[in-house]
Design a protein around this ligand. Structure first.
Ligand SMILES: [Zn+2]
Length: 212
């Protein structure tokens, strides 16, 4: 599991980077079979923010892992059957409630997180995006350690994929309007944007308090 402490996000030694194979160095890797090659000409120039919990509203179990690793037992919970019926899904990154980061798909591969979607007139957002799932729901504030981990992950993405900047981050609800609602109204976009701003003065005010 990830052992990075978010206690001092301004320290350089806490910075994450994405290695040549597309993995975030130093975080847990749980390789998912739910991925494939991106189309040859697809740039990686969009970051999509999601939330997920399995069953909805319950945190901390292995169910999300099991879903992405193709081992969720549909008989174990009524909602698991619903999730399984959606078909195979995955994400590049998951951020647990405790701020722990897990990567499932290397960045150059296509993870299956966006589904039917469009951004800036382009459809099939999985082709050209990275996905980050926050363990959570549409109706509960996310933990401050999740924002800290999200910001560190985002900064690593900015460094590795310069075509992705603050203006090329979308919620799943933005690219699949009417079909998806995550990350939901409790996701604090203003805080997130403050945390990923270069040389953000907010770093001086750790710990951050998530605004409800
Ligand atoms: Zn989503």
């Amino acid at each position: 599991m990830n052992t990075h402490s978010p206690a001092d996000p301004s320290a350089d030694h806490s910075a994450l980077h994405i290695d040549a194979a597309g993995w975030l160095a130093g975080v847990a890797r749980h390789p998912s079979p739910h991925c494939d090659d991106r189309p040859d000409d697809a740039p990686i120039d969009l970051l999509v923010i999601h939330n997920i919990s399995l069953p909805p509203g319950e945190f901390g179990s292995s169910a999300i892992d099991d879903l992405f690793l193709d081992r969720l037992d549909p008989a174990a919970h009524p909602y698991f059957a619903v999730a399984a019926a959606v078909g195979p899904v995955s994400t590049h990154f998951l951020i647990r409630r405790d701020g722990g980061l897990i990567q499932y798909v290397p960045c150059h591969r296509r993870a299956w997180h966006a589904g039917r979607s469009s951004f800036g007139g382009r459809t099939r957002c999985n082709d050209f995006s990275l996905g980050i799932e926050l363990e959570g729901t549409d109706t509960q504030p996310f933990a401050s350690v999740q924002y800290a981990a999200l910001a560190r992950c985002t900064r690593a993405i900015f460094n590795r994929y310069p075509a992705i900047g603050p203006e090329r981050i979308a919620g799943h609800s933005d690219i699949a309007a009417g079909r998806k609602t995550d990350p939901g109204p409790c996701f604090d976009w203003q805080l997130y944007r403050e945390l990923i701003r270069p040389q953000t003065p907010a770093v001086a005010h750790w710990p951050y308090q998530a605004r409800a």
